[in-house]
Design a protein around this ligand. Structure first.
Ligand code: GLC
Length: 716
């Protein structure tokens, strides 16, 4: 099963003396010094690459970004940005993922390993040109070749190293909301899940669990006897996931602040004093995560919460987000004072407004602090995209020291390629907008291509109020994303499944139950993707080479067997779907009802009621299905169902492991190879199982091209 790609198809071009990003971990890649295959190169103090695209070329990748799966027609900037308004004019979101694949006349990937700002103009200025601008001349560029899109991605994933594997419970449903103010409130949420019999594995603690928004503190007043509370909640079946922010509050006698100052662990300003910016707690210092000593120190701080029984974290505000600096604030106030008694015309009014709007995440601030890298002082602006990555690396390396063989849940808001080895990502502060379901759908394969498999969006939308239908439709997509978390902002309408009417609550409940029933498949496909250096969500063009499959942006392949076509328009009770081949449709309302329909290849209109979730099983593929339970740990998978669509012969490799340790890396896992051969009107099934001590029976629904079902059971 483990098939590693060879790296001879990767060529590295080195310019100047790049700062080591640790994005690429594969040693021994051939380095070329002259020219770059496929591109025209302009070299000076900055670097520009140009590539002439063919009329029908598509460009995939760029991870967490705006617009389509096909990035052509847009201009993008890699610069981790805390921007909560994800409108399509924006050029950067929270992640910086500089890997692209050109699929057309030529087929290749390009990775720009540079930690500062990179601009990708993909046919925006000149419709046929892909132009990449790097404002520096110290960097590495990689060209990745392969015979297919799948092989190019495999070759890329092979050089950037194994993706992050969370514990299995982190594939369960998770509930978050910024405003769960106290232990009482958190417990009430948990009790509602139990009362309504809605499965859930984790409840999140946002900034309000802390004392004055100070990292690694717990409010005694709102969360008394925290350790006991964590234990009590775990007994009820829920894990608690606290947030950790990048900024450390400046406050005398606060240990994290005092230790950071004493040991020079904070980023410095131009006077070599700890740099001051303001975030949630007011004035903070930023730990210098690019300094390995600071990383070690910060990583071990998580122990305080781990010792209380915490097994997962989310790292936030690590672009790093800056609300304001004293420099910026002084300037803005001076500007306001200057204009105090003026009659403001259009220009003066907007300049006044701008001086306050531009207080946050201001480029001048990012240029005014420094890191110490290998004894050298480096301006933050040059290495901006490494910050969140290294905060998260600090946490992950800390966990490895604290509990070496235990998997923790960890995901981050800011990221750069390389961080995928340490954690997942969530896609930040989206809105309760229908457009953002579609953006979420398009972003998932783009993130996967860049190595980030454990990812998901704030289901239901973070900002603004959601209605029940939006949360239903969004959950019906998120049930397929490895991270399935419903999250919303303080002050918005509650959007937990039980916040709506009875009918909507039941639909969301059935959707979450389906997620748990699909877990054997979801986990198996996730783990095989990680181990084999494949992806979990793919565009159709990864498996089908017809022209139409290249253009489909609103359907995805999930693992090896499934295609999904989520509904993402308000009031829609159906949608058009493109089928590159005949497929078996299972429209799910309640996962215990299994009835199927063969849908012929081509463009079809599919009716999808609010309570229905269409799942397509590809030809000669199988879907392994278990049972739902109150959480992942209580699932009983002694008997599994296999839905197979077989016209000739089909093979599926089912994977499972202990879900909590890294023993799978030592070959300790379950593997069941299922093969089905069609023989006249019947089927021959072969099951070959190793390392299995759980599954006793497999119940098969084998469906042929005419929709005829044959049921069989195999004892293992
Ligand atoms: C940021 C995060 C969001 C969180 C909020 C408060 O906006 O992106 O998820 O709820 O901060 O901590």
């Amino acid at each position: 099963m483990i098939t590693y790609a060879i790296n001879e198809k990767v060529i590295k071009y080195r310019f100047g003396h790049p700062i080591c990003t640790d994005a690429v971990v594969k040693a021994g890649i051939e380095i070329k010094k002259k020219g770059i295959e496929f591109f025209q190169l302009e070299e000076g103090k900055t670097i520009k690459l140009s590539y002439k695209m063919g009329d029908d070329d598509i460009v995939l990748g760029l991870g967490e970004n705006q617009r389509g799966m096909n990035k052509r027609g847009g201009i993008y900037e890699s610069f981790c940005s805390d921007d909560p308004l994800h409108t399509s004019d924006k050029k950067s979101l929270y992640g910086a993922h500089n890997f692209l694949i050109i699929d057309g006349v030529d087929k290749f990937g390009v990775f720009i390993d540079y930690p500062g700002k990179v601009i990708f103009d993909i046919g925006f200025t000149y419709k046929d040109y892909l132009e990449i601008f790097i404002g520096d001349n110290d960097l590495d560029i990689y060209i990745i070749k392969g015979n297919s899109l799948k092989e190019i991605v495999k070759n890329f994933l092979n050089i950037i190293g194994d993706g992050y594997v969370p514990p299995k419970w982190a594939f369960g449903y998770q509930q978050c909301r910024w405003s769960y103010q106290s232990a009482i409130e958190v417990e009430k949420i948990a009790d509602s899940f139990l009362k309504y019999d809605i499965p859930c594995d984790a409840i999140y603690l946002d900034i309000d669990y802390m004392e004055d928004f100070k990292d690694f503190t717990i409010s005694e007043e709102r969360f008394p006897n925290f350790k006991d509370f964590v234990k009590k909640m775990k007994k009820k079946g829920f894990r608690l996931i606290p947030i950790i922010d990048a900024g450390v509050k400046i406050e005398k006698d606060y240990d994290v602040y005092e230790e950071g100052v004493k040991n020079n662990y904070f980023c410095l300003d131009e006077n070599e004093k700890p740099f001051v910016a303001a975030v949630w707690p007011g004035r903070v210092h930023f730990p210098d995560f690019l300094n390995p000593n600071a990383r070690r120190w910060f990583g071990l701080k998580y122990k305080l919460l781990i010792d209380c029984g915490i097994e997962g974290f989310w790292n936030d505000m690590n672009e790093p987000a800056i609300f304001y600096t004293d420099r910026g604030l002084k300037k803005a106030i001076a500007h306001a004072k200057e204009l105090e008694n003026e009659n403001l015309d259009i220009y003066t009014f907007f300049s006044l407004k701008d001086s306050f709007i531009k207080l946050s995440n201001n480029i001048d601030d990012y240029k005014s602090f420094y890191h110490t890298i290998d004894g050298e002082i480096v301006n933050h602006y040059k290495v901006h995209n490494l910050y969140g990555y290294n905060m998260t690396r600090a946490a992950s390396e800390g966990f490895k020291k604290i509990a070496p063989n235990k998997r923790f849940l960890l995901f981050s808001r800011a990221s750069y390629i390389g961080m995928h080895r340490y954690s997942g990502v969530w896609t930040g502060d989206n809105h309760s907008w229908w457009e953002h379901i579609l953006l979420n759908i398009k972003m998932m394969p783009s993130l996967n291509i860049c190595g980030f498999l454990y990812s998901g969006a704030d289901t239901g939308g973070f900002n603004e109020d959601a209605n029940a239908q939006l949360v239903i439709r969004w959950s019906q997509f998120s049930l397929f994303t490895p991270l399935f978390r419903n999250h919303s902002a303080m002050g918005t309408r509650n959007q937990e499944p039980f916040s709506f009417d009875e009918e909507s609550k039941n639909i969301i409940k059935n959707t979450i139950k389906l997620r748990y029933a699909l877990l054997p498949y979801i986990y198996s496909e996730y783990m095989k993707a990680i181990i084999n250096k494949d992806i979990y969500f793919s565009p159709l063009s990864f498996e089908y080479d017809d022209e139409m499959s290249k253009r489909v942006e609103n359907q995805l392949l999930v693992g090896d067997s499934l295609m999904i076509s989520p509904v993402y328009e308000e009031n829609a009770k159906g949608r058009y779907v493109y089928l590159p081949e005949d497929m078996l449709l299972w429209k799910v309302e309640d996962y215990n009802d299994r009835s199927y329909q063969v849908v012929k290849a081509g463009h079809r209109y599919l009716e999808v009621d609010f309570s229905e979730i269409p799942i397509f099983i590809r030809k000669n593929k199988m879907l392994v299905l278990g049972k739902s339970a109150k959480n992942v740990e209580s699932i009983d998978n002694g008997e599994l169902h296999v839905i197979a669509f077989v016209t000739d012969k089909a093979k599926y490799i089912y994977y499972d492991d202990d879900g909590k340790s890294y023993d799978y890396k030592r070959g300790i896992y379950t593997q069941i190879v299922i093969e089905i051969y069609k023989q006249h009107e019947d089927y021959y099934i072969n099951v070959d199982s190793t390392g299995n001590d759980q599954i006793e029976k497999l119940h098969f629904d084998i469906v042929d091209i005419n929709g005829k079902i044959v049921k069989k059971t195999v004892n293992i």
